[in-house]
Ligand binder design. Structure first.
Ligand code: SF4
Length: 112
């Protein structure tokens, strides 16, 4: 009898969806040849969190210099801020989930 109960319980499988991260937007990543400048408040945030040194050089963990160079030429049309945002800024945004096949998976929460 006890065993029967146990097997009934095991049928209630709580299966998290591991296949896909929860996100609201898939934001296309664009490339520009123009030099992009990070806003001062973003720079300050990067410095505070140790992701930028005093000279303004980016130090993102796990990002190779080659990848960083590429990232600096990328931007997204942010659906939350409703403006163009450098990929570096997007990458450190609390809404950033992942980068998949040229797109950012964005949580889409309000940033205000
Ligand atoms: S992760 Fe942040 S910056 Fe990037 S698209 Fe989403 S809200 Fe905009």
């Amino acid at each position: 009898m006890l065993l029967k109960n146990a097997s009934n319980k095991s049928k209630r499988i709580n299966q998290p969806d591991m296949g896909e991260l929860e996100h609201k937007f898939e934001v296309e990543i664009n490339t520009t040849e123009n030099k992009q400048k990070l806003p001062d408040e973003v720079k300050a945030e990067l410095k505070e969190t140790g992701m930028m040194d005093e000279k303004g050089k980016l130090k993102l963990k796990g990002v190779s210099p080659k990848m960083l160079k590429k990232m600096k030429q990328e931007f997204v049309n942010c659906p939350v801020l409703k403006e163009e945002v450098q990929f570096v800024q997007c990458f450190i945004c609390p809404n950033f989930q992942s980068r998949v096949m040229g797109k950012v998976l964005c949580k889409g929460d309000s940033l205000k």
